[in-house]
Ligand binder design. Sequence first.
Ligand code: C2O
Ligand code: CU
Ligand code: CU
Length: 478
Amino acid sequence: MNLSLGITAAVLLSRCSRVSSRSAVSNADANTTQLYRSEDGLLSLDLEASAQQLRLGNRTANVLTYNSQMPGPQLEARPGDTVQIRFTNRLKQPTNLHFHGLHIPPTGTGDNVFLEISPGESHTYEFQIPEDHPAGTFWYHPHYHGLVAEQLFAGLAGLFIVRGDLDDIPEVKAAQEAALVLKDLALDRRGNIPNPGHMAQMTGRIGDLLLANGQLNPEIKVAQGELLRLRLLNASPSRFFQLSLEEHPLFLIATDGGAISAPIELDNLVLAPGERAEVLIRATQTSGQYRLFNTPFNPVQGMMGGGMMGGGGMMGGPSRQRRTETVATLAYSGTTTETPIPTALLPIAPLPEPQMVRQFTLNHGMGRGMVFLINGQVFDHNRVDTQVSLGTVEDWEIINTGTMAHPFHVHVNKFQVISRNGQTEPYAAWKDVVSVNPGERVRIRMAFRDYTGKTVYHCHVLDHEDRGMMGLLDIQSA
Ligand code: C2O
Ligand code: CU
Ligand code: CU
């Protein structure tokens, strides 16, 4: 089964226009992403986490991989499909898998982040994607508390795409498609990942190398006139991205949890760690090359660069992070007939008024080194912090009384941001990560409709999560 899917993916890569866009992102040292698509309602594969040595430009990188790749294979399924992942841990430390953004059970063989898969052990994840699951850009990564930042930074992450409603909108369907997994990395002269310095305790580890699909500045080919649909994931443990494309506005069509109701034109797009976005780009400029820039984004003045690791070291690091850098290049090649931007996408129904409003205060303090707190406490897997009842709607107020931005993330159920410091959000969107700035009070609304069981919410600066900024959520049947 695994073998046949692998071959199918290879055949699809060369034959199907939709999939061939994967190969549009390529360059000399391309580490081409393997693609697994569901067939006849089943996505079945073997997935192995292991240490590998990869080429990165002209250097060697000793990283952690899924199926020897960084990022890991791209998985694709449709609503209603069954997913079976036979996972094996070939690392020297425990790990597990989390399916970030998927609305699936948090228990058993589903999105169970409490599992500990020891070195050499295997576990089969098996779940069904609900029939009414929205299409979107989701992802998978390790979630073993205490090691999440380290394992993600070392390379363990991959896309999990659900194809459905949004993909059927004619203009979106006609678009050329590419995905960029954005992640920073740090390497010492021997190609090893250095230990995070002292400041990384505060800001989280931040690397000086900006990778897109495991490459430095890969090229995305597009025909003049074409509409490009770009899926973007910030798979960095701590680094924010602020993206802009030379001479091309970005038309936002989807956020973490799927489509928004109509495209929104943006000059730049900020992605906090864990966040995703899909944008359309009209390739209607003069034929040429256009750089996709990352401009340093500083949610808090004076804090950036503190946790910088790698080539720049403590001296060159901070200044290097203040520089605008190119993460990928859009290269025109050929011409085609123009596809317009769609005027409408998919409606977003507002959630009913909440039965309950809760508060979550985010801050940090000193414990054994720096600790990060929700309502004054560090995470304890034996303590239930928040108990909710199935069939209810809740508002959560996330209050940041600290000095750093904290991207707040909830597992299993997506939410809508209602307001920031009392100001209504400009447009409705489904989210599962929302960045909360120092001094901000962000109100989110969530419905608990189907799955019961224990899961978590946490800061997606994963060094903060590993140092305690996580809470346990127990969803109980009414
Ligand atoms: Cu992407 Cu709990 O994480
Ligand atoms: Cu998650
Ligand atoms: Cu945080």
